[in-house]
Design a protein around this ligand. Structure first.
Ligand code: PMM
Length: 280
């Protein structure tokens, strides 16, 4: 089945973080075997795509060396792609994208939309992979600083404009129009309110004319929404019911894909939308 054929619900992308330091599951799947077993579990739960990443993008994270990133992701991609999974590689590096596609990945998910390492666009074009361009302004160490949280004229128009310029760069590098996906980048240089506005108005991002992927799973804006009366945010593992509601909204507003840690919970929520034909 084509990746973009309408199936009555957003596709579910299960997250396999092969990192020591991702915010909600860092260190759990650092060994190849653990990561592969986790990926197989996500497939059994109904994941349509597995997103395999070797660099944590959480605020304040330091970057791994390219060799480290390759050693983390390539063996995991090879095994899961050989097992029949549709694999996406979560990387900002051309070298990693290239090795990942050789190992069987069909999607290059670049949280920087080609800004961190512009050569990734040509590599993706040459390999024929799908390119996910996420809205991004700076690496994890700086992304939540004040200057990167400013959206003169409003977050939705500015994110749309900045995504359009990433589309132009992808097209100029030779990535075909039907292999581009856009992502508003929830939590990346965004305040909680800016994230909510993007969720509420995701249809405007879709109106740019490309399939839309959204990653809300376990992010801090959900924890803030569900904070205790004293302001303590709800912990990452206890944000799933709110995330299910976000997934229903995304489905109703036409998102192509939701990037999630808990595939079963996402599929359950989306089964309701599918059942009542609520996508349109
Ligand atoms: N978020 C994270 C990592 N990769 N990729 C895309 N396309 N969209 C996202 O929102 C996104 C991403 C950070 O979350 P994680 O640390 O839980 O993987």
């Amino acid at each position: 089945m084509s990746l973009f054929e309408e199936i009555g619900r957003p596709r579910v992308m299960g997250i396999v973080n092969v990192t020591p330091d991702s915010f909600s599951d860092g260190g759990r799947f650092l060994a190849t075997d653990d990561a592969v077993a986790h990926g197989r579990g996500l497939l059994a739960d109904g994941a349509d795509i597995l997103d395999i990443g070797g660099e944590s993008t959480r605020p304040g994270a330091t970057r791994p060396l390219v060799g480290e990133e390759l050693a983390r992701v390539v063996p995991v991609i090879s095994e899961l792609a050989a097992a029949g999974a549709v694999v996406s590689v979560d990387t900002m590096r051309a070298e990693v994208a290239e090795a990942a596609v050789k190992a069987g990945a069909q999607i290059v998910n670049d949280v920087s939309g080609g800004l961190a390492d512009p050569r990734i666009l040509e590599v993706t074009a040459d390999t024929g992979a799908v390119f996910v361009a996420m809205h991004w302004r700076a690496h994890g160490s700086q992304m939540q600083s004040k200057e990167y949280l400013e959206y003169a004229g409003g977050v939705v128009p500015r994110v749309s404009e900045e995504l359009r310029s990433r589309v132009d760069a992808a097209l100029a590098a030779g990535i075909p129009e039907d292999r581009i996906v856009l992502d508003p980048g929830l939590g990346f240089s965004k305040t909680a309110d800016q994230n909510w506005e993007l969720v509420a108005r995701i249809g405007e991002i879709a109106a740019i004319g490309y399939p839309v992927l959204v990653g809300a799973s376990r992010k801090a804006f959900l924890g803030r929404l569900l904070a205790a009366p004293d302001g303590t945010p709800r912990t990452a593992g206890e944000r799933e019911f709110a995330h299910a509601a976000v997934n229903v909204l995304l489905a109703q507003r036409g998102a192509w894909c939701t990037r999630v840690h808990d595939v079963r919970a996402a599929r359950d929520a989306l089964a309701v939308v599918e059942k009542i034909g609520g996508r349109r």
